[in-house]
Design a protein around this ligand. Sequence first.
Ligand code: AMP
Ligand code: ZN
Length: 502
Amino acid sequence: MLTLPRGGSLPNPLTEPLADVDFRPRGAFTGVFMPLRFFNTMTRAVEDFTPKDLGRIGIYTCGPTVYNFAHIGNFRAYIFEDLLQRHLEYRGIKVERVMNLTDVDDKTIRGCRAAGVSLAEFTTPFKKAFFEDLDTLRIKRADHFPEATEKIHIDRMISMISDLIAKGHAYRAEDGSVYFRIRSFPAYGQLAHFHLEDLRDGVRVSNDEYDKENAGDFALWKAWDERDGDVAWDSPWGRGRPGWHIECSAMATGLLGPEIDIHCGGEDNIFPHHEAEIAQSECVTGHRFVRLWMHCRHLQVEGTKMAKSAGNFFTLRDLREKGWSGREVRFALISVKYREPLNFTFDGLAAARAALRRLDEWTLRLHELTGADLPEPLDNHTLPLEVFGQSLDDDLNISGALAGLFEVVRATNRSMDAGNLMPGQARFLLEWLDGVHSVLAMEPDEIGIPTEIIALLDERAAARAAKDWQLSDELRDKMLAAGWQVKDTKEGQKPTPASFNL
Ligand code: AMP
Ligand code: ZN
């Protein structure tokens, strides 16, 4: 096993002064030192991150149950995981990521029965919508999106359950269902931090639809009953379907091996889902299942739990219909640290819009300055360029990272106001910004120029060629009234959406 060198004589490229070393605007990780630290739900402490193998880090994230459109709470979890992956990659680490799709459980079965269609017909549109939403929110695609109903995974679930029965960790009930015997695994409760003894003393554990009501033992295999309709697979215990927990254990270990570097989810996943995943997986493989557990706090909406009945239940589509872009929603969801409560409000979205406009305005100014000049390093001691990456190294401290970013914006805007920023330095900052965007994914949307603006631009070009300055000004005002600002540059007219220049 490869362990990471710590301290000692190795220079830390992220904290050593950078004046006389190769300045790396993207903050790329050198591959020698690893100052990343993350909060581990298992130990409830921020720890140095020590993956199995630096060459490739495996991440498993519990994905959506595809019985409906994912809501913005779900997307807080997926955006936090996206930030984690992108930051690791920013540090030069290769990530192999798995996100499962839960396409068989009580909710999907109920949904397909109510709609009178097959399970696959019912879940397919929600899968498609989920991938569209990932793109809208600029969430990187995982390397694998296993679906619980795929034969290869069902086979693995059945084989794991057989193994658990053979080892005495599971038993078949009279109706053909199979349950995990939690007393056979003394470490049960380690992630949620309770003792098995307490559980036996009457702690109710049944907040998962699949668990037995009056005992901690949870279902690995659910025997078919008529409510399942035609959703069933053959197994050594009769027809039935897998429990939700074994689905994740099978897909995670099947694709990433017995020991996974990082396993993520929302805080509701800690118990019973992830506790059960540990028990099943470790009893089958004999390995520690996960090295680092990371969970994000739940999203609240306007200060309360998101619920359809409270009228504060939003999907991404709802917000898009209200005129918010995916980029704005992403910024609002990413900008609070994953372990802190995030209260989603429309004021918060407006603040995201304002912050992005500031960033866009700064970017435009830099572009206007650069011309064809080559990057030219700045005196980095006057600008906190490293704060962005270093803050994220520290348990994804996004508040610190954004504060660092906007401090660079503020300081260099002042330099530009004073005419002190050189074109090569502007180019350098744009390169640095590319690195920041590789993590935040906040590049401006590609905005097509509407055809009526193109027509006005042509008309204005003709007016200018004819030296009809009055008409030229009138056309410029007309475009401004239509939301487009035009600047005259050496290369000709340059239209930008007026909102960029607020
Ligand atoms: P589900 O589709 O309910 O299985 O949830 C998919 C993912 O979204 C899981 O990782 C959940 O923990 C997470 N999740 C669900 N609700 C919220 C919420 N309100 N805030 C943050 N994450 C959530
Ligand atoms: Zn899961």
